[in-house]
Design a protein around this ligand. Sequence first.
Ligand SMILES: [Zn+2]
Length: 168
Amino acid sequence: MFGQETVTHKRILIDVGHGGKDSGAIGINGIEEKDIVLDIALGILSLNEKSGTPRDIYLTRYSDTLISLSDRTKLAKALKAGLFISLHCNHSDNPNARGVEIYVANSTSQYSKDATWLAFQLQAALNKELGFESRGVKFFDFQVLRETVDYCPSVLLELGFLSNLDES
Ligand SMILES: [Zn+2]
């Protein structure tokens, strides 16, 4: 998924959103965002371990625990991550809202170009491989993006809508 050479060999920190008493969004069938993003992250780890050329991937949490936003970004620095990917799921009052949104920090840095490039690559890959509708690449200073923008390329994924029956 990370074709560009500059990104390929870097250590990747996957930030698993929410956790513990912070459930995140709750789907119509009662499923909680914190559990979905953990399942996805653990799935990525297991696929990575099975692949012939595993990448250097860490998670901000491996179980149902709550970690503060600033501890997540401190971890990126402590691990010298070359890439920070925050996983979330969307929720909307509109039950028909669907698809994937990918956010890049609105603040710019030397890493902005790589982050934006990656966001478009991920958007295209999720559409092609998993059939997720693209809602576009957006720019917003979420805390985890704002605090990593000067450190490495960072993106935040909103993977589908828990409020949509098809996607939850
Ligand atoms: Zn979230």
